[in-house]
Design a protein around this ligand. Structure first.
Ligand SMILES: Cc1cc2nc3c(=O)[nH]c(=O)nc-3n(C[C@H](O)[C@H](O)[C@H](O)COP(=O)(O)OP(=O)(O)OC[C@H]3O[C@@H](n4cnc5c(N)ncnc54)[C@H](O)[C@@H]3O)c2cc1C
Length: 374
């Protein structure tokens, strides 16, 4: 193998490239990215960058070694596995010996085709667009009360906007379980955020979008509408490739898709139960899978990777770090601090599993993760 092509230049792709070099591989590496910015982290886009407390430059990922070629502004449109080439939007065919797919995901949009003005948060320019729209705005609607929607709501409150969050489901409940969801929603409500439940879903109104319908006669208007209604894996360019797709590109426990092809990050799905495929669209997973994909590319006998279920979120004055598999059933054991004081170290036990959660509690992440092995 002389040349590896990595499609997708975000954390999974960049980690895979760096790992190939760290493992001593000296062949040619090309990273293809359809974004124009150099590789950056999305994590601060809904937090410090949107809040205006962190400059956009702080999101840029550490540079890759000079002998890794990063091509920005090029989009893969098709994969030809028989000829081992990636077809780009300019018609160019990029040959590969080994291929790493790291094309991530994009926001699921709610606007009708051609309807303008729906804000989402996935890229630097999305965050910049919201930051511009915030100027002069007084009210905002956030559709989607998952981690991302709640972080955006928190940041828009920080900007002094009157914020309403709308979702089909109770905020964060499915993701976090009742105890932690209640704690966060309590803080958000105390901070002035209004929640609306829309069990039948929503429709965006206006062009440009200026509000949301949640049911007959239930129209809600705002100066700014941001949707955070989930994401879709970027797999369309693989549809004619014959590679296994099931709500993402299917990988095994070593991140292998097919001989000479591996995948990592938000684009990858694993079969967690027979017939049930699941993505893990989190930062730490993209890193762990990026490293595993590089190992598997170089060694077909490599061991399965250890999934890392670490996740964190910052919202409404709560810095929450979670090690272990969600959601959390029932109430936690308090290991240190006091949840009523909004600073605590907690653990949830179920069968032989422990999930450790630090809320505004300073502690090295490695120690938090170690609690889950107790
Ligand atoms: C606003 C925001 C905040 C987040 N906060 C947290 C957090 O606090 N904690 C946490 O654990 N996770 C967080 N996440 C999730 C985390 O950022 C993602 O899991 C991570 O970015 C996944 O990385 P990835 O490299 O797999 O995919 P992506 O980051 O989606 O990158 C994929 C790259 O591939 C490019 N691409 C796609 N298709 C093509 C193509 N055909 N040709 C060329 N290039 C292509 C895309 O443009 C993109 O640059 C957050 C995500 C967002 C959006």
């Amino acid at each position: 193998m002389n040349n590896v092509v990595i499609v997708g230049g975000s954390i999974a792709g960049v980690t895979a490239a760096g790992s190939l070099r760290a493992l001593g591989w000296t062949g040619e590496i090309t990273v293809l990215s359809d974004e124009h910015d150099p590789p950056y982290s999305r994590v601060p886009l809904s937090k410090g960058i949107l809040a205006g407390t962190e400059p956009a430059e702080s999101a840029v990922l550490p540079a890759l070694p000079d002998d890794v070629r990063v091509r920005t502004g090029v989009r893969a449109v098709r994969l030809h596995t028989e000829g081992k080439t990636v077809e780009l939007d300019n018609g160019e065919l990029v040959p590969y010996d080994g291929l790493i797919v790291a094309t991530g995901a994009r926001p699921r949009r709610l606007a009708e085709v051609g309807q303008t003005g729906e804000h989402v948060v996935r890229t630097l320019s999305d965050a910049e667009n919201i930051a511009s729209a915030v100027v002069g705005a007084r009210t905002a609607i956030v559709v989607g009360a998952g981690f991302l929607g709640m972080e955006v709501a928190s940041t828009l409150r920080h900007h002094g906007l009157d914020v309403t969050v709308i979702d089909r489901d109770p905020p964060l409940l499915r993701l976090l379980g009742p105890w932690l969801a209640d704690l966060i929603v309590g803080r958000a409500t105390a901070d002035g955020v209004r929640f609306i439940l829309a069990p039948n879903g929503v429709e965006l109104i206006g062009d440009p979008v200026r509000g949301v319908i949640t049911g007959p006669g239930e129209e809600h208007f705002a100066d700014l509408v941001v949707t955070a209604a989930g994401d879709l894996p970027n797999v369309e360019w693989l549809e004619s490739s014959g590679l296994p797709l099931a709500g993402g590109l299917v990988v095994d426990d070593r991140c292998v898709v097919a001989p000479g092809i591996v995948a990592a990050g938000d684009v990858a799905v694993r079969e967690v139960l027979p017939g049930l495929f699941r993505r893990t669209p989190h930062w730490t997973n993209a890193i762990v899978q990026g490293q595993a994909a590089a190992r598997a590319m170089l060694d077909s006998d490599t061991a399965p990777y250890e999934p890392d279920h670490y996740f964190w979120t910052e919202q409404f004055g709560l810095d929450i770090k979670i090690a272990g598999e969600l959601p959390l059933e029932g109430a936690p054991e308090v290991m240190a601090g006091d949840p009523d004081e909004l600073s605590a170290l907690l653990q949830w036990r179920r069968d032989d599993r422990i999930v450790a959660v630090a809320i505004n509690h300073r502690m090295p992440v490695a120690r938090l993760k170690a609690m889950t092995h107790a």
